[in-house]
Ligand binder design. Structure first.
Ligand SMILES: NC(=O)C1=CN([C@@H]2O[C@H](COP(=O)(O)OP(=O)(O)OC[C@H]3O[C@@H](n4cnc5c(N)ncnc54)[C@H](OP(=O)(O)O)[C@@H]3O)[C@@H](O)[C@H]2O)C=CC1
Ligand SMILES: O=C(O)C1=N[C@H](C(=O)O)C[C@H](O)C1
Length: 275
C-alpha cells in the first residue's frame, strides 16, 4: 500500500540561489511538504520561505536553528529529508547532523573531500539512513558523462574545462571532479606525456584529478554553470559541452532524489545511480 502522507522536507541554505528554487519545487510537488527552511544569512532570517522564493507565503519562517528543525522532523510520522545547498565548509556537519536525527540528506553542496564522503558513508551505514550526494542534478550532465565514458574507450587524451559564476566558493567544481572520477574508473591513465613541460605561470596547466586528467576552472560574472570535456587524437578533437541556462534545470533531479533517498539505507554518490 502506498503511504499517502507527504514527505516532510527541510531546505538548508533556503535563502540561497539553489535553496529558493528548491522551495518553489517542493511547494508544487503534491507528494511533499516543506517542513522547515534553514539559512545562516541574517538577511533571510524570519522571512517567510515562500515569499523569499518568490511564491505565495508558506507560513514557514526561515530559521538559523538546524538542530531544532531536524528535531522537529524526527517527530514526524513520515521520515523526513533534508536538502542541503549551503557551503563546502558546512555541508559535512550538516549531513552528519541530519543522519544523527534520522533525517535523510539529499546533498547538492559540493566540496566534500573523498575522505569526508567515505566517513559519511560509514555513518549512514551505521544509522541505516539513506543519503544522496549529487554533484549535479541535471539530466544533461549525466548524458554528457555517459558520452565521455564511451569516448574514453577510444581516446587516450582528455582535459576538462568547467566555467561558473564568480560567486562559486569551490574549485574545481564537484561535477568536474566526478566526471574525472568516472573516466578514471575505467582502468586507464590518460594523457601520456609527449614532451617535458614547464609551467612558466604556476597553475596554467590546471589541476590534476583522477588518472592524470587536468581540470581548468573559469569564474566570471554572467556565467551560470558550464562544462566541456575535450578529447584529442591525431587529426581530430571531440568536444562534449553542457550549459546550464537556468537553475530550474536541477529541480527534476532534486525531486527525484527526495523520493529515492527514502528507499535507501546507505550513501549513494551521483545522479546516474538513481535514474
Ligand atoms: N548539485 C548541483 O546540481 C548543484 C550544486 N550547487 C552547489 O550548491 C551549493 C550552494 O550553491 P548556491 O545556492 O549557488 O549558493 P548560495 O551562496 O547562493 O546559497 C547558499 C546559502 O546557504 C547559506 N549557508 C551557508 N552555510 C550555511 C549553513 N551552515 N547553514 C545554513 N545556511 C548556510 C548561505 O548563507 P551565506 O550567504 O551567509 O553564506 C546562503 O544563503 C554550492 O556548493 C554549489 O556548488 C549549485 C548548483 C547546482
Ligand atoms: O556552484 C554552482 O553553481 C554549481 N555547482 C555544482 C558543481 O560544483 O559541480 C553543480 C553545478 O556545476 C553548479
Amino acid at each position: 500500500m502506498t503511504n499517502q502522507l507527504p514527505i516532510p522536507v527541510i531546505v538548508n541554505g533556503a535563502g540561497g540561489k539553489m535553496g529558493r528554487e528548491v522551495i518553489k519545487a517542493v511547494a508544487t510537488a503534491s507528494d511533499m511538504t516543506l517542513l522547515g527552511a534553514v539559512d545562516r544569512n541574517p538577511e533571510t532570517l524570519h522571512q517567510d520561505a515562500g515569499s523569499l522564493a518568490g511564491i505565495e507565503p508558506l507560513e514557514i519562517p526561515v530559521t538559523n536553528d538546524r538542530e531544532g528543525t531536524l528535531a522537529m522532523a524526527a517527530q514526524e510520522k513520515q521520515p523526513g529529508v533534508m536538502v542541503d545547498f549551503t557551503h563546502p565548509d558546512s555541508v559535512y556537519d550538516n549531513v552528519r547532523a541530519a543522519i544523527a536525527y534520522g533525517v535523510s540528506p539529499v546533498v547538492g553542496t559540493t566540496g566534500l573531500s573523498p575522505e569526508q564522503i567515505q566517513d559519511l558513508a560509514e555513518f549512514a551505514d551505521k544509522a541505516s539512513i539513506g543519503c544522496l550526494i549529487i554533484p549535479n542534478f541535471c539530466i544533461g550532465m549525466v548524458l554528457l558523462q555517459q558520452a565521455a565514458v564511451t569516448a574514453s574507450q577510444y581516446f587516450d587524451h582528455v582535459e576538462i574545462i568547467e566555467l561558473h559564476h564568480n560567486q562559486k566558493a569551490d574549485a574545481p567544481s564537484g561535477t568536474a571532479i566526478k566526471t574525472a572520477q568516472m573516466l578514471g574508473e575505467l582502468g586507464k591513465t590518460y594523457n601520456p606525456p609527449t614532451v617535458t613541460e614547464t609551467e612558466k605561470l604556476p597553475g596554467s596547466r590546471g589541476g590534476k584529478a583522477a588518472e592524470n586528467i587536468r581540470i581548468h576552472s573559469i569564474r566570471l560574472p554572467g556565467l551560470i554553470a558550464h562544462q566541456e570535456v575535450i578529447f584529442g587524437a591525431s587529426g581530430e578533437i571531440y568536444t562534449l559541452r553542457h550549459d546550464t541556462t537556468d537553475r530550474v534545470c536541477y529541480m527534476p533531479g532534486v525531486l527525484l532524489a527526495i523520493r529515492k533517498v527514502l528507499q535507501l539505507k546507505t550513501l549513494v554518490y551521483g545522479l546516474e545511480k538513481i535514474l
